[in-house]
Write a protein of this length. Structure first.
Length: 650
């Protein structure tokens, strides 16, 4: 296959947006589409090489996989080894355990399946997983398992049959992606069946060009090539700068970068203006090291975020990007190239490297998983502190589940916790909740109705312990569901269904007070409209709880990393000040009245020195939050005792 410089330039246009998107550089909200560009390029190149070898009678499946091992594994294993060192010194046991699982999955090229299973409402932020980006390598290698055999078996039936089969497979894959992107987004995002059409698009381009080479036709004019190339670049630019993480992906929207890439592969040549632009030395240089750059950028950004406990500032991003491209050149120059092209690197050496290296990472991953992330690395009081909070967290994968989590009153949650614990790929709605959540007790003359999401749930334990005995707590609070007016039931959308059910029960039970807590929708105008609707239903008073203090990482991690020695009562270190600003603006605009009030958690937990880290005399057991912003039971009780209950009962 003849070398095309413009394809290396196109690789540069794929890798740069991905890296800038993951770095959080403003303006590249759709940079993730660079991965889709890589998929099309990979499908095109692999199919072109296979068709050429089949035509020459030199195709060998063993030699094909040998080339894949030379191309993929050396740089990948070097980056993984360096990531192990970084993880050992940076990651806490829980994060190390997740990392260990990925270590075992990557050499088997099933990390996409692992990350699909790990995804969910309570899963840690994706930008804190050092090997998350290897999901795309897994998708490509899974594609390479069947495409050689498919081409070999279909080519004998002629070009038309081959084109039709590839087109049918691509349309079916796209249809599956469009169907599942809204109902099982993680499945659609990570797995081959919904991504294969992107690689197949590249394969169809290669087949078309092979047909054109076999039966030459009148070539496109340079002007027409450039026009198609400009259109292709425009489609890529539209996706990179116009799409956002909220864009359904993969779906029909993904056709924009896929068609753009296909046009560039089909139409652009080195004779045209677009081809010369893509083939310029700077872009080609970046394209040559694009694979290594892709490998290095994710762990570097992840470890930087762990270091600063949150999003990166501009100097951090600049350093991370400089290291990414510096290490990318080094690994391309001294790792990729020697193994890929040197005849002295024998087939046996490549096979030994692939098998023994993979076994070593799998063994290390298994050991890390078995030892709970090598938790013995943390010794003494700090180790005990971290283990205490990791074993007490209300995340369903931990050993001690019912302690804190059941104090949130999960039987009043339309989010099916049991199925999530069992490994459900997405949020599963429950058909009903416990009767005690919404049925009035005739022995209790007063009732407060708690409505919202998990940030309403964490108020329950404090109310339960400090409300007078003649008050009843009613509750409909579903994880991830901000309180909104929902007029119709929708069992398929558990948030809409939860809100509809809550409004229905509020109208029937006529509680004295509706208490709304949520992680979002802190807007005075929205709150006023919601409160007005509740008053119309016969509620005497509506109380909105403002946002709790939010941290840029889990508070136990901040305490262990940054606060262990000085142990300040209040701090700005690691604090997400966005919620502090939100609280300030809502207080200034909220229409306080006898029937509608706003209560500030920020005022209670924060002062001019920052927000409160712990209660009592011991930071080790008295943290105010067990994660980024949910109150611990101790903090919930303190806030209810000092602020919330006196406001409600008056």
């Amino acid at each position: 296959m003849q070398y095309r410089r413009e394809i290396d330039g196109l690789r540069a246009l794929a890798v740069l947006p991905v890296i800038l998107f993951h770095a959080g550089v403003p303006g590249f909200d759709g940079g993730f589409v660079g991965v889709d560009v890589f998929f099309v390029i990979s499908g095109y190149l692999i199919t072109s090489i296979l068709l050429a070898e089949q035509a020459q009678g030199t195709f060998s499946i063993l030699r094909f996989y040998e080339r894949r091992a030379r191309r993929i594994l050396p740089a990948l294993y070097v980056v993984m080894a360096c990531a192990v060192v970084g993880a050992w010194f940076v990651l806490l046991p829980d994060d190390m355990k997740d990392f260990s699982e990925s270590l075992a999955a990557v050499p088997l090229f099933v990390s996409n399946v692992l990350f699909w299973h790990q995804s969910g409402y309570f899963e840690k932020a994706v930008d804190l997983k050092p090997l998350l980006h290897t999901w795309s390598l897994a998708v490509e290698e899974q594609y390479y398992l069947f495409i050689p055999l498919l081409l070999l078996s279909l080519r004998r039936w002629g070009w038309v049959v081959l084109q039709c089969v590839l087109a049918v497979l691509a349309v079916g894959s796209l249809a599956l992606a469009q169907k599942t992107v809204h109902t099982s987004h993680d499945f659609a995002f990570f797995l081959l069946p919904t991504r294969a059409w992107e690689l197949l698009a590249g394969s169809m381009v290669a087949v078309h060009m092979a047909i054109q080479a076999a039966k030459p036709t009148v070539p496109w004019s340079v002007w027409a090539q450039d026009a198609a190339g400009v259109l292709g670049l425009g489609l890529l630019a539209y996706a990179v700068f116009g799409f956002t993480p909220e864009t359904p992906f993969p779906s029909v929207y993904t056709l924009v970068p896929i068609v753009g890439t296909a046009l560039l592969l089909l139409c652009v040549t080195k004779q045209g203006l677009v081809g010369r632009a893509l083939g310029c030395k700077p872009l080609v240089g970046i394209g040559l090291i694009s694979y290594s750059a892709y490998l290095w950028h994710q762990p570097l950004l992840v470890f930087a975020r762990h270091r600063v406990l949150g999003e990166l500032d501009t100097p951090d991003i600049v350093v991370a990007l400089a290291l990414t491209f510096g290490l990318a050149y080094a690994s391309w120059r001294w790792v990729e190239q020697p193994v890929r092209h040197a005849r002295s690197v024998s087939v046996k050496w490549v096979a030994a490297m692939a098998v023994l290296g993979g076994m070593a990472f799998m063994a290390l991953g298994y050991q890390g998983y078995r030892t709970n992330g090598f938790e013995d690395r943390l010794t003494g009081a700090k180790g005990e502190f971290i283990r205490y909070y990791e074993d007490s967290l209300p995340e369903w994968r931990y050993k001690v589940r019912e302690g804190i989590s059941e104090k949130f009153r999960n039987d009043c949650n339309f989010y099916d916790i049991a199925k999530f614990r069992a490994g459900a790929e997405s949020r599963v709605p429950l058909p009903s909740i416990a009767d005690s959540c919404y049925t009035r007790d005739p022995q209790k003359p007063h009732a407060v109705f708690v409505w919202g999401d998990s940030h309403a749930q964490h108020l329950h334990v404090g109310l339960k312990d400090h409300l007078p005995s003649d008050w009843q707590i009613l509750q409909v609070a579903s994880s991830g569901c901000a309180a909104e007016v929902s007029l119709n039931p929708d069992p398929e959308d558990y948030c809409k269904h939860s809100n509809w059910f809550a409004l229905r029960q509020i109208a029937q039970t006529k509680p004295d007070i509706v208490l709304i807590g949520q992680n979002s929708h802190h807007d005075a105008q929205h709150m006023q409209a919601l409160g007005t609707e509740l008053l119309r239903l016969g509620v005497r008073r509506v109380v909105f709880a403002g946002p709790a203090p939010h941290w840029r990482a889990d508070l136990p991690e901040i305490a262990a990393y940054k606060l262990w020695d000085e142990r300040p009562r209040h701090t700005w270190v690691g604090l997400n000040t966005t919620k502090v600003d939100t609280d300030r603006s809502v207080k200034a605009a909220f229409p306080h009245s006898a029937s509608m009030q706003y209560v500030s958690l920020i005022d209670y937990f924060c002062n001019e020195q920052g927000c409160q880290v712990y209660l009592g005399d011991d930071m080790s057991t008295g943290l105010t939050s067990w994660d980024y912003g949910h109150l611990t039971p101790m903090a919930s009780r303190a806030f209810a005792r000092d602020v919330l209950v006196p406001l409600l009962v008056r």
